[in-house]
Design a protein around this ligand. Sequence first.
Ligand SMILES: [Zn+2]
Ligand SMILES: [Zn+2]
Length: 373
Amino acid sequence: MSESRAFCPRCGDPVPERSTTDANDPLRPGAEVELCDSCYFEDFDFVDAPNRIDVRVCAQCGAVYRGNRWVDVGAQDYTDIAIEEVSEALGVHVDVEDVAWQIDPEQVDQNTIRMHSFFTGVVRETPVEEEVTVPVKIARQTCTRCGRIAGDYYASIVQIRAEDRTPTTEEIERAKEIANGIVADMEATGDRNAFVTEIGELDDGLNIKVSTNKIGKKISNKMIEEFGGTVNDAETLVTEDEDGNEVYRVTFAVRLPPYRPGNVIDLADDDGGPVLVRSARGNLKGVRVTTGERYEAGYEEGNSPDARKLGDLEDAAEATVVTVEDDNAVQVLDPETFRATTVARPDYFDPDAETVPVLKSRAGLHILPEDDD
Ligand SMILES: [Zn+2]
Ligand SMILES: [Zn+2]
């Protein structure tokens, strides 16, 4: 018989000797000497639960106050929030294996949910179970973000305007989309300070009020990246914060270029023929509707060469081709008078076409390319 025995340090009863692995278990510090089962279970506390849990929930957006800030938890209702908070707050003894639990919420009143939680597990080869009931008190409040939105707070304003014209519906709609998209992306990364305060349409464009200068800057940059044009920013001192720091509101003035893709323009001091604008980002680029040659404005002119607008690609009417005269001329039926008219033949003209899109303007009749790109 081996005399290698250990004894319970509390009651002195013999206990089976622990294996070396058990004794060195880092999860059980201070457990060098094993208590007997009876002493062990005397002190054993399966579930550690607070007496009650107070939760501050934003009544507007459902954010929950945790630590020292509001966080979005994506909960559908207050019961979801209560379950999540209870899961965070309850602890089970580290020795227990095969822990399983279920939770049964009981709505006591509008702001109180009693959480009946039932735990099972195994420790020292003995099944254990415990039921705890934790009342969760919901306090309905308004989070910082919803408070600011309700107070029409904004730090930055983006003004969308266009040079010598009003922005098109497409540009206006795209600006709204960009603003909402940028904010949604920032929200998705957990940024609760990002929101659009107000989008206001005016006769000459759009004003977008947003919660931070960074968002204003992003919207303006994205707009000119897509449509061309320029942006100027100006700071206005609005107030001082509680620490005496000056708080500025930044206005981003976006000026979209005077011409946009699809416009047909007549350049001043130029006899090369009207130009169909293809791009207004950087220098204005396009194609001559008389020859099909490429046009690009000089550096000085940028996106606003001296010109007048004749019409739009989408204003084009279908005209019947009568005959191809030579390399430079085609006869088509004028879509308004139905008289055969000789017009310039651009190189994008397809000699097999029965009809072609034409634009009739102050500058005469011109064949446009098919509206495909
Ligand atoms: Zn003992
Ligand atoms: Zn809120």
